[in-house]
Design a protein around this ligand. Structure first.
Ligand code: VG1
Ligand code: CO
Length: 543
């Protein structure tokens, strides 16, 4: 085994986005592409020498190859140890848990999350820090800067190592520990939730469908729901991870999880439905005949988390990303909880969780989590919902109706325009930015603007500031529209339009969300001229 220093040159565009670096798989497979980025990570953390890292991914195409490269580079860099999931698999929340539990210095997660996988689709890589959470901007900026000046990387010349069975071995002085990807995560869940009560729920005839979307959550959901909790065999569908996610799009929303949606809206629907994304950190919740928006799900969980043992002492506070609906704020207000509003992306919750200011966090993009790890956690959210259902004995529809009657309903939807031509998208955002000073007081499609700004966040823990985090327009009746460009796409630009309107009258809380939001949708179009500027007649995805 020989340690080699390979000469390279900076590669353009290796700038981490909302959640790591995501590119077409074929781009990642180009000579030096992955290696340059990994070396830049080592540089950003002042070298990998002596460090212990966690490594795993969601099993998408190139996951296995990338893992071998990273192991060889960690060994060449003098790392003390790498804890790797068997076959290089780990869900994102399981990786976060392992980093924390083992006191590792950080970890590398190989995933492009909800983006499709396969040789013609996307691959990604993300660095997490010692608290188990995504690296903050301070570190991702350093990584990017390093990619721009890099001239060489170190790598071991050796055969592939066998990581198909748990156990430890030596790789040129570095220990490689291969672990069962599910075991530690299962143990953590059993500490947070009352498994006996959940077993009782399934014994009482409660039925469920969990769509793992051919992604990493399959083995976790099968182990937890079917094996530990006794849900019927077949509860978990599409449970075997495949490198291209069965040719599907592992994004748990009504568009991409349509089969599950159809089943839940059909005559023989189970009591409860759920799905998760490529790397297992997102969740979609559906009741029989009713879809739960992620924003509502977060609010319901905040109002009821005390029903699970892990949260019986109450919540320290809650947090949501800015575009997430303000349903959570209403719960926080009623319960006297601090409520934080952060930019999009889980990395912004890390400080709040570490400082004990928030226990529960969430995003409208189907991410919910708590201080048990430093990532959002799809299966955890499902178990918390099951705990609420078991303790209350109510259906999902009844829980939602009661929640809206108590707190009001924040009608909510996100409209995505995908792969829009980048310049057109930038121009649209700039035109909105230019209008901001003049908007307050104006009437747009019948709604009067109360406030309009571009969101900036001052972190209350470390004082760091994040600017340019989305344009928001609030109307005087409490409605709101937010515009942002995605930071996870790999083709052109994705415009996200977040729409929200509050309805306090229980008689008007059962409308179709798109109908209820029609005035806000019209105002968004009037403000941004989406059709004209993008050439699109409608959104590609509505959540
Ligand atoms: C999207 C979501 C954001 C989420 C991020 C990573 O980012 O909107 O809420 O944190 O994906 O999630 P963007 O920049 O495309 O809007 V995952 O599960 O894809 O790591
Ligand atoms: Co994800």
């Amino acid at each position: 085994m020989e340690r080699k220093t390979i000469t390279t040159q900076p590669i353009e565009g290796q700038k981490p986005g909302t959640s790591g670096l995501r590119k077409k798989t074929k781009v990642f497979m180009k000579p030096h592409y992955l290696e340059n980025f990994v070396q830049a990570v080592w540089q950003a953390i002042d070298g990998v020498a002596g460090k212990t890292l966690v490594l795993g991914g969601d099993g998408r195409y190139f996951n296995d190859r990338a893992a071998q490269v990273i192991l060889r580079m960690a060994a060449a860099g003098g790392a003390r140890k790498v804890i790797v999931g068997q076959d290089a698999l780990l869900s994102t929340p399981a990786a976060s848990n392992l980093i924390r539990k083992r006191g590792a210095d950080g970890g590398l997660i190989m995933s492009a999350s909800h983006n499709p996988g396969g040789i013609h689709e996307d691959f990604g890589i993300k660095y997490n820090i010692a608290n188990g959470g995504p690296a903050p901007a301070e570190i991702t900026d350093k990584i990017y800067a390093a990619t721009e000046t890099l001239t060489s990387y170190d790598i071991l010349e050796t055969q592939d190592v066998d990581i198909s069975t748990p156990g430890s071995f030596d790789l040129a002085g570095m220990e490689v520990e291969v672990v069962d990807p599910v075991a530690d995560y299962l143990e953590l869940m059993s500490q947070l939730f009352d498994f006996n009560a959940l077993r009782g729920l399934f014994q009482s005839g409660f039925t469920m469908r969990f769509d793992a979307m051919h992604a990493i959550t399959g083995p976790y959901a099968t182990a937890v729901l079917e094996n530990a909790l006794g849900a019927a065999a077949g509860t978990v569908v599409n449970g075997t991870p495949s490198p291209d996610f069965g040719g599907g799009h592992p994004d748990p929303n009504p568009t991409w999880a349509k089969t599950l949606m159809d089943e839940m809206m059909g005559p023989d629907a189970p009591d409860f439905g759920a799905a998760s994304d490529g790397d297992g950190d997102r969740n979609m919740i559906v009741g029989r005949g009713i879809y739960v928006t992620p924003s509502d799900s977060l609010a319901v969980l905040a109002a009821n988390a005390h029903l699970a043992p892990g949260y019986s002492g109450g919540l320290k506070g809650v947090a949501r990303s800015m575009p997430t609906s303000r349903a959570l704020d209403r719960v926080a207000e009623a319960r006297g909880l601090a409520c934080y509003e952060t930019p999009t992306g889980w990395k912004f919750f890390g400080n709040l969780l570490d400082a004990g200011r928030a226990t529960l966090c969430g995003e409208e993009s189907a991410g919910t989590g708590s201080d048990h790890v430093r990532e959002k956690d799809g299966l955890w959210a499902v178990l918390l919902w099951l705990s609420v259902l078991a303790a209350s004995g109510k259906s999902v529809a009844d829980i939602l109706a009661a929640h809206w009657a108590e707190f009001g309903r924040n009608y909510y939807s996100r409209h995505d325009y995908e792969a829009v031509e980048s310049t057109a998208a930038e121009r649209l955002m700039q035109a909105l930015r230019d209008q901001l000073p003049d908007l307050p007081g104006q009437t747009v499609a019948g709604l009067t603007v109360a406030l309009a700004d571009e969101f900036a966040y001052d972190d209350p823990v470390d004082g760091s500031r994040a600017e340019g985090q989305g344009i928001r327009v609030m109307f005087d009746d409490g409605a709101r529209v937010v515009f942002r460009l995605s930071g996870t796409g790999t083709v052109g630009a994705t415009l996200r339009v977040y729409l929200e309107r509050l309805e306090n009258d229980p008689a008007l809380q059962q409308l179709d969300a798109q109908e209820a939001l029609a005035p806000v949708i019209a105002a968004a179009e009037a403000l941004a001229g989406i059709g004209e500027r993008t050439g699109r007649v409608g959104p590609d995805v509505m959540t």
